[in-house]
Design a protein around this ligand. Structure first.
Ligand code: NAD
Ligand code: GLY
Length: 363
């Protein structure tokens, strides 16, 4: 196998490995380690299948697995409960049984959707995440948050359902569009702020060129995955500490909703949200403002957005829809210092509007 790095998540429902590899080689043998399965259904989108399905199929055929492909529409708007019905039907027509395995080949949209299908068909069958975007490698494929969207909100219908394996073949990132790299790096930056100096300092030297070098990529992904695995192992169902992984997301989700999920990717919205969270952290917890300057420097180096022209009152309205809030209060993850996050901070509306106005003035 072309193994580059390895990690593990341990929860009360079992443990699984996260394997970072050069390509698909070894995936077949890893699947065979999963206890007696019958069929393998690959849920993916056409665009990714055109690039990688035949290579994946060849790898699985080598260990006598004949996968059955199921194609879904892969846009965020299609990660919708309405698309589940035809996928359930295709699985049933192909005689899915309780020992069937689902393999999710794609980015976070495919991963969240296929994971949700796995969690719900026949009261739950096993599934494997094969992430093909940077965001999916560093974040969505790990931790078992699976969901689909409802008309009135993103990820509104879902559950915690851990995969049996995460197998990340990094060669697939070569075809990733520029915008999607930025999206992934926003989550990498988030993880570095949560992790602390070793990780964050490495990002201080990042450029648009060196960020894609294999040795650097392996570092960013393994550091992210090791942080996330540790947190998920401690708190798989977000009863407490896992909430810190939502740093930057309160404002990030508000921006996505304000823009009607157009113009900016999830990661770009989160990167703007990270800056809002840093300003709030300075104003409320006395975080050193130098950290914000360093973060913006990194964002500029990667051409990631760090501010947005937005009406602060409207932003606030959109924040109130966030499913992480309790009642009417708006909750924020804030930083006391680099690597020291706190969650469940109820922040007053005036503080939020002040932070948004400060952010708009950043040069
Ligand atoms: P995505 O899945 O929409 O993929 C982005 C784009 O890249 C798509 O157009 C896709 O077709 C294309 N693509 C994917 N892999 C490619 C490849 N190797 N080469 C060329 N093109 C490729 O976006 P994403 O950023 O991976 O995921 C976003 C989703 O993840 C959102 O729905 C978000 O809610 C979810 N998410 C979930 C979690 C979680 O913990 N479950 C965490 C973060 C985000
Ligand atoms: N992406 C946040 C989480 O997995 O909890």
């Amino acid at each position: 196998m072309s193994l580059l790095a390895k990690n593990k998540v341990i929860t009360e429902t079992g443990e699984y490995e996260i394997l970072l590899t050069e390509n698909f080689s070894g995936l077949g043998l890893e699947l065979l380690k999963i206890e007696s399965f019958t069929k393998v259904f690959v849920i993916t989108e056409k665009k990714i299948a055109d690039l990688y399905y035949s290579e994946l199929e060849k790898e699985l055929n080598q260990v006598s697995i004949q996968p059955i492909p199921i194609f879904i529409k892969g846009k965020e708007k299609n990660k919708h409960i309405s698309q589940t019905y035809s996928v359930y039907n295709q699985l049933i027509q192909n005689q899915v049984d309780r020992k069937s395995l689902i393999l999710a080949l794609g980015g976070g949209v495919v991963g969240d959707f296929a994971g949700f299908i796995a969690a719900t068909i026949l009261r739950g069958i096993r599934y494997v995440q094969v992430p093909t975007t940077l965001l999916a490698c560093v974040d969505s494929s790990v931790g078992g948050k699976v969901a689909v969207n409802a008309d009135l909100g993103k990820n509104m219908i879902g559950c915690f359902y851990q995969p049996s394996l995460v197998f990340a073949p990094l060669h697939t990132l070569k075809t990733l569009p520029k915008k999607e790299w930025k999206c992934g790096f926003a989550e990498v930056l988030k993880h570095s702020l949560l992790a602390g100096e070793t990780f964050f300092n490495k990002l201080k030297n990042i450029t648009r060129v060196n960020c894609r070098k294999l040795e650097n990529l392996i570092f960013y992904i393994t550091e992210s995955v090791s942080l996330k695995s540790k947190i998920v192992s401690e708190d798989p169902k977000e009863n407490g500490k896992r909430a810190i992984l939502n740093l930057g997301h309160t404002m990030g989700h508000a921006i996505e909703s304000y823009l009607n999920y157009k113009r900016l990717t999830h990661g770009e919205a989160v990167s703007i949200g990270l800056v809002t969270a840093l300003i709030l952290s300075e104003n409320i917890l006395g975080l050193n403002p130098e950290l914000r300057e360093e973060v913006i420097w990194i964002m500029k180096n990667l051409s990631i957005p760090y501010k947005i022209k937005i009406d602060s009152k409207l932003a606030l309205e959109h924040m109130k829809y966030d499913k992480k809030n309790r009642g009417d209060s708006i909750q924020y993850v804030l930083l006391k210092a680099l690597g020291e996050a706190t969650y469940g901070n109820v922040v007053h509306e005036d503080e939020i509007m002040k932070a948004i106005e400060i952010q708009k003035q950043i040069k």
